[in-house]
Design a protein around this ligand. Structure first.
Ligand code: SF4
Length: 1015
């Protein structure tokens, strides 16, 4: 007899005892389940998601104490949700330790303050904490708010106090962060995405139109070939990785891993090859060269769905590492020549034969021709035969009925050229015709559980929700902003969906300022802060370090452990007047002023920063949504109330904002209007409910709405069902247009739990995926222009005579028939995938390999100059902090391991038991040369500091031959620090340099120079 788990529980709860079950023939096989059932009997089951990585595994939390006798619910057990379409009941070692995270001894219990110069925490009341913080913030804002800049432009910005948002908090908290910070005029508003997946957006959006994972976790099972490069999903995303294993076992997929270390993903792959950390662009451009050289491209796809035929301007050039338009004094490009040549009609000229010397196709061929297998091998240290083998396997998917899925994560984004590495992978996949295909795509495996959501919500210095940009100070009116930000269509008949920017922006402003936003005042546009420069994390650390910042509000973000060069971050924090840390846990950031011996050797008496530590709820204690890597907005519920005096983030922000407003009402102050105009009209402004915030993010009709034919599509007051209904006349509101549809008149779409497979593992009835519940982006590209699937086995959509339909929501105008000439990359101005990204990136329309700022070789074999990026993000003051290859000859690369998640799991007992102590990985050859044996303590030093850890001497790290010389690599896991349940350790980022990706300012964490000695 076979019964499902649910049936089993149903039978059990109906009162059948052990003997009855035995009589049904289920003992002893189900004995274990039976014990479990008694354990969970009378427990309340609450659904949630793992708070660690972006797989977003479903969890069931069991609590006792139903409130009947004033007993508070208390979670005592957490397990995987068997109904969840991605995780199907699994949890990795991180998720398995969630209960220990909730019950960590490092949970904060009460608000505390560390007074200037003091060496201890002091418990204070919430009222005192809020009163003091509000006072400090108002005083700083009043003194430093800039209403008009030197040119007389209205800028309404406050740059001396910053705000860091969490990447594990809910989207509803993220929305409140945006309203809170922008309402006050803050320009330093950031989240973890800056330090992890920023380059994904910068690389993917200019290539395909959106900056997100193109497919989704389950879809990986449809691949024929899997290339894992720049990631280690078996360790970092273990449960999501099961779908790669599924592809191997069920689809006979061939899996290849290219990585500096023979990691756990490599251990189950079919093929592994090493690469020098920081050389990925060269490798991928070499693959592109191989495909073009050997005519292994999908010709029809390339012609129809990429910009290969379009003609580039005559003044575009590339020579010896420099693109046209370089200004050496400004260390920046004038990007005007990186554009198409336009005809009299304003559309790009084209040559469908692909022979025109200035066609994108010919320019690409010329650009990548230098990346021969020999050159790739020399730069990367990858054996030539390995490289060719990988090329052959990838090339075999240039046919219509085979696909490659590329999986990457921080191994690509944590490089100074991260955005362009991802661009290079986009070029490879477009040439192979693998974008929009089930089992294809570029799967950016996001890091933190809601870093996708916080990116979507624009919790980033120059961004607004829905990938709108915060206005620049030169955009002095809404019209000027919209004129500049609304793209012109470059090829006839294309959708160019961003042409709707005015509808998205006006609806956002209505969400921000409510009734106060009217057509007469540009919908409150002038109240938004206007930026003059990027106030990203690197820049704000610089500002703090120079003593030009006064306050920092940090929510769920351990910046001293996460930002580059922790020593400089600590020195910067020590120059602040006040620091507010909102977190469920003790963090090194809050404790930066404490002396922890050589792990944090400071003198508290010399540090005059007043530090507040405010306890917040964790994932298990809040309702709300988080967005996984596949863009699924999944709603979760609280299983218990926050412990002790911990509060929800929304309540902390609401109480603080109301207190600041109260001070302005009583005392007046500098430019209160933007703050007072903010729509914060929640049922309880001091404690907004996640439901009302989620609905606000979705958006409402503010008047009856009608379509072009006069049919009513929404009544005044209705929640909107689609962003297609948004208006630019103030009759709609939506705080984040891509989230419209998440909570409609039909209810909370994010809470849906229908896991029916509509084909290819697609489960559109589970939760809600932005945009418009599409699960596979660009899915119209899975069919040829005539509507015939490239691969009959992958017939994902079809034209039913009147509309597109199929296993997924079409990413295409549903009524545009086959051969209509409308191309499938609907977000882009020309409708096609970009081999040439025009001026979308600041460092070139094609990727190029530049050496890391700290390089182990004397010169870039490709260029005669320095061979380093001419536009890389670097501050003058940091130049002396870079080391030389003579003093620091080894390449260090930092990473995560299976049992730990960044700096969070060190607070969880289970994880601390399995990985109690800091270690580093070195090759056998390096160990032998230094007299190091496994288990010895070693000291790893960069020009910026040092760490000590146990040596793991391993064959997993290899000595490579790079540009004719031997290069050693050193593996540095990042998980330890001076707070937590593990043994004390060093913050690994003490070693990493302050140099950032030119596009996103994401620092280099994975290729810098160190020395290694026996300690
Ligand atoms: S860490 Fe990631 S893979 Fe592991 S249980 Fe949590 S969400 Fe799943």
């Amino acid at each position: 007899m076979q019964i499902s788990r649910r049936q089993f529980f149903k039978i059990s709860s109906a009162g059948l005892g052990t003997s009855s079950l035995a009589a049904l023939g289920m003992a002893p096989a189900l004995a274990q389940a039976e014990v479990r059932q008694y354990k969970l009997l009378r427990a309340k089951e609450t659904r949630n998601n793992c708070t660690y990585c972006s797989v977003g595994c479903g969890v069931l939390m069991y609590s006792l104490g139903d409130g009947a006798k004033n007993a508070k619910a208390k979670i005592f057990h957490i397990e995987g949700d068997p109904d969840h379409p991605v995780s199907r009941g699994s949890l990795c070692p991180k998720g398995s330790g969630l209960i220990d995270y909730i019950n960590s001894p490092q949970r904060l219990k009460y608000p505390e303050v560390r007074e200037a110069g003091s060496k201890e925490w002091k418990r204070i009341s919430w009222d005192e904490a809020i009163d003091r913080i509000a006072r400090l913030m108002k005083d700083d804002r009043d003194a430093n708010f800039i209403e008009k800049n030197e040119k007389g432009q209205l800028v309404n910005r406050w740059a001396t106090t910053g705000f860091l948002g969490s990447s594990a908090a809910s989207n509803e908290t993220g929305i409140l962060d945006v309203k809170f910070a922008r309402g006050l005029g803050m320009v330093h508003l950031e989240n973890q995405a800056r330090l992890c997946h920023g380059p994904s957006v910068a690389g993917l959006a200019p290539s395909f139109g959106r900056g997100a994972m193109t497919n989704n976790w389950v879809d990986i099972k449809n691949a024929d070939v899997i290339l894992v490069m720049g990631g280690n999903p078996a360790e970092a995303h273990p449960v999501g990785f099961k779908w790669a294993v599924e592809a191997k076992t069920k689809n006979k997929a061939y899996m290849m891993v290219v990585d500096p270390r023979f990691n756990r993903t490599a251990a189950v792959a079919d093929f592994y090859s090493p690469i020098r950390a920081g050389a990925d662009s060269a490798f991928l451009l070499g693959v592109a060269n191989y495909l073009l050289d050997n005519d292994k491209i999908q010709h029809e796809y390339v012609k129809a769905y990429t910009n290969a035929p379009l003609i580039v301007r005559e003044d575009y050039s590339f020579d010896d590492g420099l693109f046209s338009g370089y200004d050496a004094d400004k260390r920046a490009y004038d990007r005007s020549s990186w554009a198409y040549e336009l005809g009299a009609d304003g559309y790009a000229l084209r040559d469908d034969s692909l022979q025109h010397p200035r066609s994108v196709f010919q320019l690409l061929k010329k650009h990548v021709a230098r990346y021969t297998p020999e050159m790739v091998s020399s730069i990367c240290g990858t054996p030539k035969e390995d490289f060719l083998h990988i090329c052959e396997k990838l090339a075999a998917t240039c046919v219509p009925d085979r696909t490659t899925s590329i999986l990457y994560a921080l191994g690509w984004t944590h490089h100074v050229g991260g955005s362009q590495i991802i661009r290079a992978s986009a070029i490879v996949q477009l040439l192979l015709g693998n974008i929009g295909m089930p089992g294809g795509g570029i799967n950016a495996l996001r890091g933190h559980s809601n870093v996708q959501g916080f990116t979507d919500l624009g919790v980033l210095t120059t961004m607004l929700p829905g990938y709108l940009t915060l206005p620049h100070e030169n955009q002095q009116s809404l019209k000027a902003y919209l004129d500049e930000r609304t793209p012109k269509t470059l090829v006839a008949n294309q959708v160019n969906f961003w042409r709707n920017t005015p509808k998205f922006m006006v609806s956002f402003l209505k969400g921000m300022y409510g009734d106060k936003a009217t057509a007469g005042n540009d919908f409150g546009y002038h109240w938004l802060p206007k930026w003059d420069r990027s106030y990203d994390v690197m820049a704000f650390v610089e500002q703090m370090h120079k003593g030009k910042a006064n306050g920092y509000v940090i929510q769920g973000f351990n910046v001293i452990a996460a930002a580059a060069s922790s020593g400089k971050v600590r020195e910067g924090l020590a120059k602040l007047k006040f620091l507010v840390v909102i977190d469920p846990l003790q963090t090194e950031t809050a404790s930066f002023w404490e002396n922890h011996g050589e792990f944090n050797d400071v003198n508290p008496a010399e540090i005059q920063t007043t530090v507040f530590r405010l306890p917040s709820s964790c994932f298990a204690e809040e309702d709300g949504s988080i967005a996984n890597s596949g863009r699924w907005l999944q709603w979760h519920w609280a299983g218990q109330v926050p412990p002790f005096e911990a509060r929800h983030d929304g309540k902390i922000l609401g109480t603080l904002l109301m207190k600041i407003r109260e001070l302005y009402e009583k005392e007046g102050g500098t430019c209160p209007e933007p703050l007072m105009s903010l729509d914060w009209n929640y049922h309880d402004p001091k404690d907004p409910h996640p439901e009302e915030v989620a609905k606000q993010a979705n958006g409402y009709a503010l008047a009856d709405l009608f379509d072009d034919k006069g049919n009513q599509i929404a009544k005044k007051g209705d929640l909107l069902s689609s962003f297609a209904h948004l208006r630019d006349d103030g009759t709609t509101t939506s705080l984040c247009w891509i989230y419209t549809g998440q909570w409609t008149q039909a209810g909370n779409m994010m809470a849906r739990r229908d896991n029916t497979d509509t084909g290819f593992g697609n489960t559109p009835g589970w939760a809600f995926a932005w945009p418009a519940n599409r699960r596979l982006l660009y899915n119209r590209a899975s069919l040829d222009p005539a509507g015939k699937p490239w691969d009959p086995k992958r017939a994902f959509l079809h034209w039913d005579g009147a509309k597109w339909t199929g296993a997924d929501v079409p990413d295409y105008p549903v009524g545009s028939p086959p051969n209509s000439g409308v191309s499938p990359f609907i977000m882009l101005q020309d409708g096609v995938g970009h081999l040439f990204s025009m001026g979308a990136l600041v460092d070139g329309p094609f990727p190029e390999h530049y050496e890391p700022e700290e390089s182990p070789i004397p010169a870039n074999p490709l260029h005669s100059g320095s061979g380093k990026s001419p536009v890389v993000r670097i501050f003058k003051d940091d130049l002396p902090s870079f080391g030389s290859r003579e003093d620091f000859p080894c390449v260090a690369t930092s990473y995560s391991i299976t049992e730990m998640f960044r700096h969070w799991t060190k607070h969880s007992r289970l994880n601390a038991i399995v990985q109690p102590e800091q270690f580093v990985e070195i090759s056998e050859k390096l160990a032998a040369s230094k007299g190091i044996v496994a288990g010895d303590m070693v000291k790893v030093a960069s020009k910026r500091g040092y760490i000590r850890g146990k040596a793991v001497v391993t064959k997993r790290v290899m000595t490579l031959k790079v540009a004719g010389q031997e290069v050693e690599q050193v593996g540095i896991p990042v998980h330890w620090g001076f707070e937590g349940t593990t043994r004390k350790g060093f913050l690994a980022n003490v070693l990493s340099p302050r140099v950032g990706d030119a596009n996103t300012h994401t620092p280099e964490y994975k290729a810098f120079l160190v020395s290694v000695e026996k300690a």
